[in-house]
Design a protein around this ligand. Structure first.
Ligand code: ADP
Length: 407
């Protein structure tokens, strides 16, 4: 018997094999089906998906054989992978000096006939073989060999699929962790900024009331700027904190959107009166949602629809809803200043605004809130708009959102 030599790039080959995390995994019918077909096509009692590890050959699938691994020194497949560009055919192992006195030939399972097709990884390393075995001498036809090679490609496709799925899961996990880290950072930063900000505001109050400063116009003006800057910073910090809290505190429940929108419209009464706004609301559905967040979503969109009005043109807002498959699509349409197409994505990013504060007040947080809220509801948000032709904000809410529905 001649023990198999090592592959010429053995350590890289082993590294590649281990990157599939396949060794010692549970049996899978996909592989078992392929070995069953290989046996059937080649007319052999045994077929294996054999992977060559450091000291053993381990079988991902072993059709017609009860053991799940054997020592590498006896493995026919360990010879086969050393000539990775060819199929290894042993018609009668008893006449082959490499295998004559091999225990696997002399004893159970009496390997006499062997054909092994190397399984070549995406990186070009032979991981093992798909092989067929018989207890008597045999010859395969050319078409049997071609079919066996095709099945070996299928085995390799399964292995690649497994590896890619693993990598994808790993990337998703990393992404999720990064996202959590970022959320945590934003929360801590905004939470911790509140206290020094409050201190600054109190000192402004204190100094503003001090008689030695209150008489000087230039100082009074500086105080006004400082107060306005600190108020704005407070708005931003509070907004950031609220952004992080979205969707964390409540459970989804049935929400009647007609009632929700009509309450919002009532609360916007003074804004509506001062701008002469009209709001038309089509019949809206009752949906499962996070109520507080849904209210904030509608409120932001309706408020914007009134706020970004054309000068001297009273705002007209139309709210509609329609069902598409498992999602409800809502539209909040206005006749306002519209949005240039190149800004359609940018406006949904936090703190992004298209106007100066003295033109239109705001913090640039509202639409970022809206986007986060629809994402919590497995939906999406986008806008159809042109400059001067109004905007139609559209969003979807999935009826199958995940939550502990307590209603
Ligand atoms: P804010 O309203 O505080 O500025 P938002 O995040 O709600 O912040 O909106 C971001 C930007 O998107 C706004 O500054 C505005 O330029 C644009 N925008 C939002 N809604 C409308 C709308 N209905 N019509 C025109 N522009 C809009």
């Amino acid at each position: 018997m001649i023990a198999p030599g090592e592959h010429f790039e053995e350590s890289e080959r082993l590294k590649d094999l281990h990157s599939y995390a396949i060794l010692d995994s549970l049996p899978e019918s996909d592989y078992d089906n392929l070995t069953a077909i290989a046996s059937q096509i080649c007319g052999t009692p045994i077929s294996l998906v054999s992977l060559i590890d450091d000291k053993r050959q381990w079988f991902k699938s072993h059709h017609g054989l009860s053991v799940s691994e054997t020592p590498k020194e006896y493995a026919f497949c360990a010879h086969a992978i050393n000539d990775q560009n060819n199929i290894m055919i042993v018609e009668d192992a008893r006449k082959d000096k490499r295998f004559q006195d091999n225990p696997l030939v002399l004893e159970d399972p009496h390997v006499i006939f062997y054909v092994g097709v190397p399984l070549i990884s995406e990186d070009g390393f032979p991981l093992g073989t798909l092989c067929v075995i018989d207890n008597q001498p045999k010859v395969l036809t050319q078409s049997q060999i071609v079919s066996l090679s095709a099945l070996a490609s299928q085995v390799m496709s399964l292995l690649s699929l497994r590896k890619n799925r693993m990598l994808l899961t790993q990337s998703l996990l990393e992404l999720e962790n990064k996202h959590k880290e970022l959320e945590q950072f934003a929360y801590i930063a905004s939470h911790d900024l509140q206290e020094p900000l409050n201190t600054i505001t109190s000192y402004i109050d204190f100094l503003e009331e001090s008689p030695e400063y209150s008489l000087q116009e230039v100082v009074k003006q500086s105080f006004r700027y400082m107060r306005s800057a600190s108020t704005r910073m407070k708005e931003l910090v509070t907004g950031l904190l609220e952004y992080n809290r979205l969707g964390k505190s409540s459970n989804a429940k049935k929400v009647d959107c007609n009632r929700l929108v009509s309450d919002i419209v009532k609360n916007l009464d003074s804004q509506m009166t001062s701008t002469n706004a009209k709001i038309e609301v089509a019949p809206l559905p009752t949906i499962k949602a996070f109520e507080m967040e849904l209210e904030l979503l509608f409120e932001n969109l309706i408020q914007n629809a009134i706020k970004f009005k054309k000068p001297d043109v009273p705002p007209e807002v139309v709210i509609t809803a329609e069902k598409k498959d498992t999602k409800w699509k809502f539209v909040v349409k206005d006749n306002g200043i519209g949005i240039a197409p190149k800004y359609k994505e940018k406006i949904f990013l936090i703190f992004q605004r298209l106007h100066r504060k003295d033109e239109y007040p705001g913090t640039g947080i509202g639409l970022a809130f809206c986007r986060k809220i629809v994402e919590i509801h497995n939906g999406a948000i986008w806008v159809d708009a042109e400059v001067d032709l109004g905007s139609a904000f559209q969003f979807t809410i999935d009826e199958n959102i995940k939550s502990d529905d307590k209603t």
